[in-house]
Write a protein that binds this ligand. Structure first.
Ligand code: ACO
Length: 324
């Protein structure tokens, strides 16, 4: 059975940077009070990149994909599977993956979206790994991309300060050497209400509430519990000790979740890749963006063990253990 190896990565952030001070000043014009101090202390977020009007998820995804393909030295035509993880697709259909495929000039690859909110990237990566291991694909492009700013209620300070826009991508190839060593995915739909954007368009009209709503404290508790359990399960199944992990890349929701998780797992915080301070929470894009940053700055090296962990709305969660 072939393994799936990560052979390249890329990231793209919209150029507009909005600091906490910028955001606080903007919200103040609408009598909404927040501050850099509140946001930094509670979340570790210092700034976020926001898409300008008209900048779509597929546009961000395409740029991240181009960078990942260039990094891997792979031509778009070689790709036979494209998966985009997103909760903010351009359209109901076609899928964002098909839009990216057209932008890249690829013809014939299987292309579809995965919707598992902030766990979307680990869901997509696990799916692609399964395709490659089963011999159904040999070269896959996996992208997490979001314009989360489009589903935020900008009058709700408890959520609008937390998120940013962006896209990250990896290229996976079939290989005799590992590769992805293990993966596990879970969901608990009975907890759908702690984090949701429960609107839709039906009969040409918006139904329900299209904005993101969150019970922050419930999400916090769930996130650290399930990520801790999932990290233990996926490493145990792969016969790897937690102490052997070189880099932990959890979904970048909140600095307090990341440090709390590292402590529970007894992993030094220096081994946790942290981008939430710069990117805020970019949902499905946060893990591949963080992965790309740490590869490009030389932290992640060939042969190292990387544990990626997603958690988010659904409620969904999962982990992927990778030998670089
Ligand atoms: N600026 C200033 N004050 C604020 C802001 C803000 N942006 N937002 C909320 N407050 C106020 C509240 O109104 C409240 O005021 P009150 O006491 O007068 O009522 C006070 O701050 C405390 O509010 P809480 O919601 O209790 O604050 P908490 O300490 O729980 O922090 C937070 C909120 C940061 C969201 C926290 O619950 C958390 O980290 N949750 C994890 C969830 C998360 O990170 N979600 C990201 C998306 S989920 C995912 O990606 C998996």
């Amino acid at each position: 059975k072939p393994f799936a190896r990560i052979v390249g990565s890329g990231g793209f952030l919209p150029p507009r940077v909005v600091t906490n001070d910028d955001l606080a000043a903007e919200l103040a014009t609408r009598q909404i009070e927040t501050s850099d101090q509140w946001i930094t202390e509670r979340t570790g977020i210092r700034q976020r990149h926001l898409a300008d009007k008209g900048m779509t998820t597929s546009a961000l995804a395409t740029e991240a994909a181009r960078r990942a393909l260039a990094d891997a030295g792979v031509e778009a035509g070689e790709v036979d599977l494209i998966i985009v993880a997103t909760s903010t697709p351009d359209f109901v259909f076609p899928s964002t993956a098909c839009l990216v495929q057209a932008n890249l000039g690829n013809k014939g690859a299987a292309a579809f979206d995965v919707q598992a909110v902030c766990s979307g990237f680990v869901y997509a990566l696990t799916t692609a790994d399964s395709f490659i291991r089963a011999g159904r694909a040999r070269c896959a492009l996996i992208i997490g991309a979001e314009v989360f700013s489009s589903i935020l209620d900008w009058s709700d300070r408890s959520t609008c300060v937390l998120f940013g826009d962006g896209a990250g991508a990896v290229v996976l190839k079939a290989s005799d050497a590992p590769g992805i060593l293990g993966a596990e995915l879970h969901a608990d739909g009975s907890q759908m209400n702690i984090l949701c954007a429960a609107g839709n368009v039906a009969f040409g009209q918006v139904t329900g509430d299209p904005f993101l709503r969150m019970d922050g404290q419930a999400v916090f508790k769930q996130a650290v519990t399930v990520l801790d359990r999932s990290a233990r399960t996926v490493t145990e199944q792969a016969g790897v000790a937690l102490s052997e992990i070189d880099w932990l890349i959890p979904h970048q929701a909140n600095l307090r979740i990341l440090t709390f998780l590292a402590k529970k797992l007894d992993i030094p915080v220096e081994k946790v890749v942290i981008t939430v301070d710069q990117h805020a929470n970019t949902s499905a894009a946060s893990i591949p963006l963080a992965f790309d940053v740490a590869r490009r700055d030389g932290r992640i090296q060939p042969g190292q063990l990387v544990l990626m962990q997603g958690v988010g709305g659904g409620f969904t969660w999962g982990s992927v253990l990778v030998r670089m």
